[in-house]
Design a protein around this ligand. Sequence first.
Ligand SMILES: [Zn+2]
Length: 384
Amino acid sequence: MKTKRIFDADGDVFSFDSVVVDCVPVKNGYALALEQTAFFPGGGGQSPDEGTVNGESVREVFEKQGMIWHVTPSPYPAGTSVHGEVDARLRFRRMQQHSGEHVLSGIAHSEYGCENVGFHMGENYVTVDFDRPLTAEQIADIEKKANEAVYANAAIRCVFPSAEELAAMSYRSKLELTENVRIVIIEGYDACACCAPHVRRTGEIGLIKVLSFMNYKGGVRLTVKSGGDALADYAAKCVQTSELIALLCAKEEKIVETVHNLQEETGRLRFALGQEQRSRVAAMVAAIKPTAGNAVLFCDGLSADSLRFAVNEGVAKVGGLFAAFTPAENGYRYCMGSASVNLSDYAKTLHAALGGRGGGKPNMIQGSVAADQKSIEDFVMKNG
Ligand SMILES: [Zn+2]
């Protein structure tokens, strides 16, 4: 015996009466096999439905050899009449995504000869993989035509053709099977083998929006949202855009240009700051007397580049090591150089004594220490 699949013929039935044909205990409750059901057990990239049976939350829905099982907290012996309610909002949302994908793939196929070689339906978006590369213009064209198919409000129906009818039929996702193949037909746009429930007309899909695309395995992967999810995404993006407009004090159409200008300005300022730091550091290093031992320099606000610059300038003035420190969140960041001391070894003692970390090469190391200026000076001037 097989469960009658109400969703095969009509994806819009969410409430149904049925009779339990079998009930077995399972680890998370009792699995009920029903005579008929509107619960889609999952497949074709779409997750199983959620909902209730006799008011009890269905914990799992699965299919085994044509029987559809519903896991409930309580047992319902064979012969019991039950009432099922599928979570209609969730199912409709998934159908919008799935039917939207069929329209998009159908148009990519008819307009550009693309085969759909991958389909993933996540909770928040859908990805579709085509077997050939597409340009941004081609993808925009497919998206435009997919939305025109929505405006046309074409009928969507599911059929089980005979073996002969199937052989004569041209459809996507061709299967080896010759019978019991369910074909989802979108009048005038697409025919595709698929086991999942779909909306009744393309108008119910609402907006079909390609959010992004990337080259993938010699073809292209599209990230797509349809229906209510696409609208929610648009709404979230409008909020973000408004915040950006306020933050940047720019008109909407000038946002990108404004950010670009800000980046250029930041680059110029960073360069000027670097130059200023270098001359400050160079003057400080020049004031240090040459020594056979070690020398330490402390300076506020130095970048990693400026710390290295200080060490490169200072190392020729010392017989031991030259160290530059700048205050950081929990102590100091440092850079050290030497022509005579193996700093890779030195780093271990330094880090152990001053609670530091970092590394580098025998002639230059950089990192951070969690200690005050006095402790650092005492350590560096006495060791090396
Ligand atoms: Zn499908």
